[in-house]
Design a protein around this ligand. Structure first.
Ligand SMILES: C[S@@+](CC[C@H](N)C(=O)[O-])C[C@H]1O[C@@H](n2cnc3c(N)ncnc32)[C@H](O)[C@@H]1O
Length: 271
C-alpha cells in the first residue's frame, strides 16, 4: 500500500515543505556564476528589446513573472524599462515573503544587495554600493502586484484580468511545477496564452535534473531537455530566438541540485 507521503500531490508537497526563509538562505546567500548567468542574460535581453527602441512609442512593457517564489532579483532588469510588473506564485507563504520585502525599507535589502550591485554595474560603469540600493528601490516602485498563480490551470492567473503581457519571465518554475514530462507542454501552453502576439517568454532553469532539496526533503522535478522545451514551444506557435547554457560545475558544488546545465531561453510568440 502506498504511504501517505507517496500519495501527496506535488502541490501539497510545495505547501507543506517549501519554506521561503530556508530557500533564500540555502540558494541565495551568496551570488555565484549561475545567478550572474541569469542576470546578465536578462540585462542583455532588455537592453536589446527595450534599449534600442528608446524614444519610440510602446517601450513601456507589461511584464509578468511566473513562479517568482520569495525572490525579487529576476525582475531587476525589467524594472529599468517597465513600471508595470506583476509577480506571481503558487504559494501564499512565498507571495507574503515577497510582499513583505516590497513594502520594507533598506534594512531588508542585505541578501539582495550583491545581486542588485551586479545588475547596477551592467547598467553603468560608475555603479557603487549606493546604486544597488537605488536599483532595489526601482524594483519596489515597478512591481504593481504579487498575485496567485498555478501554471497547471488553463487560466494560470486564476481569474485575474491582468493579461496579456508583453514579456513573461519564469525561473526554475515549470519543470518544478509539473509531475510528469507529459504535463510540460500543457504548462507551457497555459503560460503562453497570457502573452501578447509577438510577446516574449523568457525561461531559465536546469536541464536533466530530477530534484532539488529543501532541508533534507527532495523536491521532485522533471528531467527537462532542450528538445522538450523547443517542441513544447513550437506546439504553441513560439520560436526560440535565444538559447544559452551554463555547465553545472561552474556553480558552487555544495548547492543541493542535480542538473547538468542551466539554460536561458527566449521564445517569441509568432502570432
Ligand atoms: C525552485 S522554486 C523557484 C523560485 C524562484 N523563481 C527562483 O528561481 O528562485 C519553484 C517555484 O515554483 C512555484 N510553483 C510550484 N508549483 C507551481 C504551480 N503549479 N504554478 C506556479 N508556480 C508553482 C513554487 O511555489 C516555487 O516558488
Amino acid at each position: 500500500m502506498a504511504s501517505k507521503e507517496e500519495n501527496k500531490t506535488l502541490g501539497q508537497v510545495y505547501q507543506e515543505e517549501f519554506q521561503p526563509d530556508y530557500y533564500i538562505k540555502r540558494y541565495y546567500s551568496a551570488i555565484d556564476a549561475g545567478n550572474e548567468f541569469c542576470l546578465k542574460n536578462l540585462h542583455q535581453f532588455f537592453e536589446e528589446e527595450c534599449g534600442q527602441k528608446k524614444n519610440t512609442v510602446g517601450v513601456a512593457k507589461k511584464v509578468l513573472e511566473v513562479g517568482s517564489g520569495p525572490v525579487p532579483i529576476y525582475v531587476i532588469s525589467a524594472s529599468h524599462w517597465s513600471n508595470s510588473i506583476v509577480c506571481s506564485d503558487f504559494l501564499e507563504q512565498n507571495r507574503e515573503k515577497l510582499i513583505q520585502w516590497l513594502s520594507a525599507g533598506h534594512e531588508e535589502d542585505g541578501t539582495w544587495l550583491s545581486y542588485a550591485h551586479f545588475v547596477a554595474q551592467l547598467e553603468s560603469e560608475n555603479a557603487d554600493k549606493e546604486s544597488a540600493f537605488l536599483v532595489l528601490d526601482r524594483v519596489r516602485h515597478s512591481v504593481r502586484s504579487v498575485i496567485p498563480c498555478d501554471v497547471l490551470q488553463s487560466d494560470p492567473l486564476l481569474g485575474s484580468t491582468e493579461s496579456p503581457f508583453d514579456i513573461i519571465i519564469s525561473v526554475f518554475c515549470l519543470e518544478c511545477a509539473v509531475s510528469s514530462p507529459k504535463e510540460y507542454p500543457n504548462a507551457i501552453s497555459n503560460v503562453v496564452q497570457l502573452l501578447s502576439p509577438s510577446g516574449h517568454l523568457i525561461m531559465m532553469g536546469g536541464l536533466e535534473g530530477e530534484h532539488y532539496c529543501i532541508r533534507d526533503r527532495k523536491i521532485p522535478r522533471i528531467k527537462l531537455t532542450r528538445e522538450m522545451i523547443s517542441s513544447a514551444l513550437e506546439g504553441v506557435g513560439c520560436t526560440i530566438v535565444t538559447w544559452h547554457e551554463l555547465p553545472r560545475h561552474l556553480r558552487p558544488p555544495e548547492l543541493p541540485i542535480d542538473y547538468t546545465a542551466m539554460f536561458f531561453c527566449v521564445a517569441k510568440k509568432m502570432c
